[in-house]
Write a protein that binds this ligand. Sequence first.
Ligand SMILES: Cc1cc2nc3c(=O)[nH]c(=O)nc-3n(C[C@H](O)[C@H](O)[C@H](O)COP(=O)(O)OP(=O)(O)OC[C@H]3O[C@@H](n4cnc5c(N)ncnc54)[C@H](O)[C@@H]3O)c2cc1C
Ligand code: SF4
Length: 342
Amino acid sequence: MRKVAIIGAGPAGIEAASILARNGIQVSLFEKSETPLKNLQDKAFLFPNFQAAQEIVDDLSGKLLADGITSVFGVEITDVRWQGTEWKLTDIKGQTYVTDSVLIATGYQVFDAHRKEELGYGIYKGVITSLDMEQMIKHGKITNANGDEPKRVTFLQCVGSRDEKSGNHYCSKICCVTAVKQAIEVRKQLPKCDSSVFYMDLRMWGQGFEEMYRTAQEKYGVSFVRGRISEAAATFDGRVQLKSEDTLMGLPLKMTTDLLVLMVGMEPSCGTKLLGKSCDVNGDYGFIKTVNPHLYDNETSRPGLFAAGTCKRPMSISDSINDARSAALAIQEYLDSLKNEN
Ligand SMILES: Cc1cc2nc3c(=O)[nH]c(=O)nc-3n(C[C@H](O)[C@H](O)[C@H](O)COP(=O)(O)OP(=O)(O)OC[C@H]3O[C@@H](n4cnc5c(N)ncnc54)[C@H](O)[C@@H]3O)c2cc1C
Ligand code: SF4
């Protein structure tokens, strides 16, 4: 029986595992956390349909029960190497595993907002990230620095993406629509609270996204300001003072807000960067490089080594899952070709 090792039990890794197992391939799925889907478990409701993230977690977790999948949790893979006839994986404790093919599905981590010191994350309690906001929405407890209901929440786009200073020139693709989603949720949970989004461009590329943006304005009264926030500072009563510029009007602006939410971009996870280097398939910014973005976007330059999901670039959940399906097909074809050789 042919074998595949999948590294990362996020949406991409689990989807590929379930398809390959159904097609008679022996799957070992390695996840460094003690549970799968950690990057979905910290979300509340999902764009584009506001479905509870927990429902997707439950559905995907159910797929892990399929015959033919061995899930190994709490094991971080640190090295992947071709050794003549098979691939060898090594975990952080030095234990090794051998397999015919490997799928890297090690995903993303968010940009560390401490790196934008001028925005005050980690210094002022009223400055939080989009991940912190997901948690507040999830628990129905959106509060300001003093633990009270905020009167104004301000979202700032492109933190750590499209940004010369942080070295990330790319667009993280999902944070515009995430800000719209969260701004709507703020208005749903706190109808009296002002909710505004500062943006450079609004990238509403997916099906239903443009409609969400219109609904945010027309039904929920969210305001959108084309502008930048250059600096945040605390006020004596725990609010956050913002120095900004309305770039449409060309006017400097000063305003105070109860919460400043930094829409942090997506970067390759540590595992993605490490394995990309160890297998010599690391591309721009540390994401995994594939052979060709049109025709061979799951294949790497190393035969038998594949990649899927956000380890390649920022993607939504549905894009990661679709990408995993195409990776499963490419792996199946590769393993069939080995069978024919023997
Ligand atoms: C604030 C925020 C809100 C979002 N909201 C939405 C939304 O509403 N709708 C939507 O479609 N998308 C949303 N997303 C994006 C969504 O989280 C991703 O599209 C999705 O998680 C990508 O799945 P993945 O499998 O590629 O990677 P991940 O979910 O990152 O999974 C990768 C897995 O690999 C594991 N791993 C990493 N390295 C190793 C290693 N060396 N060994 C073993 N395991 C390893 C990780 O622990 C992780 O579990 C949001 C993202 C953010 C930041
Ligand atoms: S998706 Fe929007 S917020 Fe995110 S980097 Fe791109 S333009 Fe900026």
